[in-house]
Design a protein. Structure first.
Lengths: 311, 327
């Protein structure tokens, strides 16, 4: 592999990794923190992409149009997410009824996909980039697309924002506390309901942001749901549920490996996420058998749940 | 005397199996009164029901959330067609062979999978179905690649020539499988599985070989899904790599939750319910997703324990049916 190819593939892989990370980070917040295994994550991503096509159709593929799309679409979809959380999901985790949650997120994914067919029809759509973002720069013989560079830049910004939000703010502290023990958190006087709504809205908004960024990279169609949902689940599980650093590492590993695998063989590229996940999960299970990482004491919530179910 | 929970009374067993039995009787009478369009609809419901029953054995009874029942459904489908085309076995022998193949694969993969954490189990069962889909797409010599395989059938079981013959063959096989599952879930083994679902740690402490029981039910569920796959190959006469698609696994979850998770009749009722919705909505518009979403939402809000709960006031099994937490 020549240096130019190497740089080109690495760059493309980074772009892929960050798009993957937005959706996965969104799912990770919703699944890891709220414990809601969100099957609608793919539809949310698709909704983000479709809304982008209509924003760009109104405002044109200008800097203004794209700025509006990048800001307004995640906010609008996040707000919709908050409404769904308050109106529907909230009652399911109070009752600790996971089956209803599965059904609810599946129903929501059907509703979103159905609404998209109703509004946008079944034909695929495309959007174009502002002129300044077309083309690329030549670095050491490799052509680096400007758009991918913007994606990577935005990815870094959002990653830093998520990190600051989770580790340097009070809301982030409470969010991490909720991962460990939500009951204890509410006993301590934290308004867990409001926290959950906010976390859910942020998670959904991040998923939609991934959709905005993917929109110009190909056809916006109903395929997006599957192509987003499956890798997002894989990234979250590979990185460890609720672990944001792990998710970033998994997204980077999968994105870059997939980009290099594509050089070799398209099938290999498609299989990459599954292979990475299977290897990591297998290694983790094997390490667990040898007592690594050392078991943490079972959280209070798990202990009480187990007792009450057994009775 | 109590062992692992109480043996369900005869009345409770009747309540659990009654709705499914009633549907089977209706299904047997259907060809006498309805056109072949409805017979084919019922045939597709039989297939959906078997995959959902398979999923329910794992998720509803044992608390193992498999997102890869499409793997075994697809294997059953491909193996049936391959055995018929390449060795000129009769359909029933080919189906039996396909079930054996699937049980072998489920047993081998399950030996690893059942020891995994719940989240890893979900994702790796799913990965298994994705892997098999890739395998089917990329082995054109054996599995026909993207264009799939066409099944060569005797005219007696050819759906174009003899719809009712095919339908009764499917119904007969499905009824036999359902009867077997019914006996199993109401046996002592079935009770032990529910014990594992409610509290795996407690079951282990009481001396249950949790991993062995999980492996057993994983293989059994694989076999049931394989029968569904084989029957679907019989009614469509062709098999594509799509049989491994994750939407089949997701559909099994929806059907089971719609009908009533952890009950015997639930998945069967759910398959009929969803099949009817799809059929009638599909006649009106192509946008079936929206209506399905609304129906699902209505069921969640009005009958959170599924259609079965509308038929009887109290759930038969356990208080809360959800996947096990403790291990």
């Amino acid at each position: 592999v020549s240096l130019a190819t190497f740089i080109g593939q690495l760059f493309a892989g980074l772009g892929l990794a960050f798009v993957l990370f937005f959706t996965a980070a969104g799912l990770n917040l919703v699944w890891g923190v709220l414990g809601v295994m969100n099957f609608a994550a793919g539809s949310v991503y698709m909704l983000g992409a479709y809304l982008t096509t209509s924003v760009i159709a109104r405002l044109g593929a200008s800097a203004l149009g794209w700025t509006v799309a990048l800001v307004a679409v995640p906010l609008a979809v996040g707000a919709l997410g908050a409404v769904a959380e308050v109106a529907l999901l909230r009652r399911t985790y109070r009752a600790q009824d996971e089956n209803r949650q599965f059904m609810l997120t599946l129903a929501l994914s059907y509703l979103i996909a159905g609404a998209i067919v109703l509004v946008f029809g079944t034909h695929f759509r495309t959007v174009s980039l502002p002129g300044a973002l077309n083309g690329g720069w030549s670095v050491l013989g490799a052509t680096l697309s400007r758009y991918t560079l913007v994606t990577i830049f935005l990815g870094l910004v959002v990653t830093v924002a998520i990190w600051l939000g989770l580790y340097r703010t009070r809301a982030g502290l409470l969010t991490r506390a909720a991962v460990d023990d939500r009951e204890m958190l509410s006993v301590l006087g934290v308004d867990v309901d409001r926290l959950y709504s906010a976390v859910f809205a942020v998670g959904i908004g991040l998923g939609a942001l991934g959709g905005v960024l993917i929109a110009p990279q190909g056809a916006v169609s109903s395929n997006l749901e599957t192509t987003a949902l499956v890798p997002a689940f894989i990234v979250v599980v590979t990185g460890g549920l609720g672990n944001m650093t792990g998710a970033l590492a998994a997204a980077l590993a999968i994105g870059i490996l997939q980009s290099f695998a594509a050089l070799h063989d398209a099938t290999l590229a498609q299989l990459t996420p599954y292979v990475v996940m299977s290897v990591v999960l297998g290694a983790r299970a094997a390490a667990g058998r040898w007592g690594w990482p050392p078991a943490r004491p079972r959280s209070r919530r798990t202990a009480t749940t187990a007792r009450s179910t057994a009775g | 005397m109590r062992r692992m929970g109480m043996a369900p009374s005869r009345r409770a067993m009747l309540a659990d199996g009654g709705p499914a039995l009633a549907l089977l009787v209706l299904a047997a009478l259907l060809p006498a009164v309805a056109s072949s369009e409805y017979v084919l609809l019922a045939a597709s419901m039989i297939v959906t029901a078997l995959v959902a029953v398979s999923f329910n054995l794992l998720f509803g009874y044992t608390g193992m959330f498999s997102f890869g029942q499409a793997a075994f459904y697809g294997l059953g489908s491909y193996a049936t067609v391959l055995l018929m085309n390449q060795s000129s076995l009769s359909f029933y022998l080919a189906l039996a062979g396909a079930v054996l193949v699937t049980v072998a694969v489920a047993g081998a993969s399950g030996a690893v999978l059942v020891r995994m954490e719940p989240v890893a189990f979900v994702m790796l069962t799913f990965a298994l179905s994705a892997l098999l889909e890739f395998a089917a797409e990329h082995t054109p010599r054996l599995a026909g690649g993207d264009s799939g395989l066409i099944e060569s059938l005797p005219s007696g079981l050819n759906v174009v020539v003899n719809v009712n013959g095919v339908y009764y063959a499917m119904l007969g096989v499905a009824a036999a499988v359902l009867a077997g599952v019914f006996v199993f879930v109401h046996s002592r083994s079935g009770l032990i599985l529910r014990g594992i679902r409610e509290d795996a740690l407690r079951a282990r402490t009481l001396g249950v070989a949790v991993e062995r029981r999980r492996l057993g039910v994983f293989a059994l569920a694989g076999a049931v899904a394989a029968v569904g796959g084989g029957l679907s190959a019989l009614s469509t006469q062709i098999v594509y790599p799509d049989v491994f698609d994750w939407k089949i696994s997701a559909n099994a979850l929806i059907v089971t939750l719609l009908g009533g998770v952890g009950t015997f009749s639930g998945p069967v009722l759910g398959a009929v319910g969803l099949g009817l919705i799809d059929f009638y909505v599909g006649k009106l518009s192509t946008d079936t997703l929206l209506v399905e979403g609304l129906v699902l939402l209505a069921v969640i809000l009005l009958a959170p324990r599924g259609i079965v709960s509308l038929l009887r006031p109290k759930p038969l099994i356990g208080g809360r049916n959800r996947p096990t937490k403790g291990r």
